[in-house]
Design a protein around this ligand. Structure first.
Ligand code: GLA
Length: 364
């Protein structure tokens, strides 16, 4: 609990003093525990937003590329790469002396359909797709060799019940696609850390499947350093006990734990969606978008308390957790304004749309 209080005290001190006395940010408060990371977009790394820039410099010791290094962004067409974001991103991370994470090499979303097909639209053979995956990893990891410190090599390969997600990667290459991706990434940059990343890792059957896969890689002598638990949470779900159980299981199995995509959705959900399946999109309506002007103070309090208890848990396990990364710098740039319902006004992060620290955190 002490750590959580420190978080709030730090934030209060920062907000109330006209000049933060020591220019200490979140990253300094947690420097003995874990990196404090944030996912960033193109405008946030090209120097065009001075306020965003100063928040990044003050508060964060790690960066993750939000969308810019995903296949469809960096490799939109066969033989055509777009490195502008990546180059700015890595430069920005180096200026900040941050731990730089590449997200993500092999995923079933935000990957163009051409990747899996030939010119006639037929699916590629195993060998052809493997060549394509290898060429992508070689080019992208190779370009940032020695500069990107850790890669989310594979994202979201399992369903919530622990079965394999039947993606094109899986259907064409078989289970070994994960091993091949990690082998190739390690070959291109042997010093970079390599991670598997997923949502709902707190679900025991999913966690078990991930750890079985990861241990299987290790048994084959393939390097895998950590498991990223995407922290797309809600105000009251999942419970701290559920999250804690997964942290303990991952650590016990011998892998680093990272909380990779932290945000707290404060809006009502149309049904029982959890996790982060991007296929879900439901029409906007007032019922699902109740706080367009501002967030009621009772909910702001809940948000504050949720963050306090989450950080209390993370601090308790700081010997197991290497990084806690927020999924977005401020509420205005959060994906949760558009998922699972498009065009809503959500408040999931620590900084508001004007990039100020939010009310719940400054009235302690
Ligand atoms: C998943 C992915 C992220 C991002 C989020 C939603 O969690 O790993 O890259 O797309 O969904 O923004």
């Amino acid at each position: 609990m002490k750590r959580s209080l420190n978080l709030i005290l730090l934030i209060s001190a920062f907000v109330f003093s006209c000049q933060p006395p020591t220019e200490k940010g979140l990253k300094d408060e947690f420097q003995d525990e874990f990196f404090i990371g944030v996912a960033v977009n193109g405008r946030q790394v090209n120097g065009s937003l001075p306020k965003a820039d100063s928040l990044l410099n003050l508060h964060f010791s790690s960066l993750t590329s939000e969308n810019g290094l995903k296949w469809s962004n960096i490799h939109p067409k066969e033989g055509e790469y777009a490195f502008e974001f990546g180059d700015n991103y890595v430069r920005k991370g180096e200026e900040m002396n941050a731990f730089i994470v590449g997200h993500t090499l092999v995923w079933h979303q935000q990957v163009p359909t051409w990747v899996f097909q030939d010119q006639e639209g037929s699916f590629l053979s195993k060998e052809e797709l493997q060549d394509r995956m290898n060429e992508h990893i070689e080019t992208v990891v190779g370009r940032y060799k020695g500069r990107i410190d850790g890669w989310d090599v594979v994202n979201e390969a399992f369903e919530d019940d622990g079965t394999w997600r039947k993606t094109h990667w899986y259907l064409i290459l078989g289970e070994d696609y994960i091993a091949e991706a990690f082998k190739k990434a390690n070959q291109e940059d042997p010093k970079a850390e390599l991670y598997y990343n997923d949502y709902n890792v707190w679900k025991p059957e999913k966690c078990r499947a991930i750890l079985k896969m990861a241990q299987n890689l290790r048994e084959q002598g393939i390097r895998i350093d950590g498991i990223g638990m995407q922290g797309h949470y809600r105000l009251d779900f999942p419970s701290l006990d559920q999250i804690e159980a997964a942290i303990l299981d991952i650590h016990q199995a011998g892998f680093q734990v990272m909380i990779t995509e932290l945000d707290v959705d404060v809006l009502p959900r149309p049904s029982d969606f959890d996790g982060a399946d991007l296929n879900i999109s439901i029409e906007d309506s007032e019922i699902w978008n109740p706080y367009t002007d501002s967030l009621p103070s009772a909910i702001q309090e809940k948000l504050k308390n949720r963050y306090i208890s989450l950080f209390g848990l993370f601090s308790k396990h700081s010997d197991k957790i290497s990084r806690v990364t927020f999924w977005g710098l401020h509420d205005g740039s959060s994906w949760l304004n558009n998922w699972p319902v498009r065009g809503r006004t959500n408040y999931p992060l620590l900084f508001d749309r004007e990039l100020n620290l939010k009310v719940p955190f400054n009235n302690d």
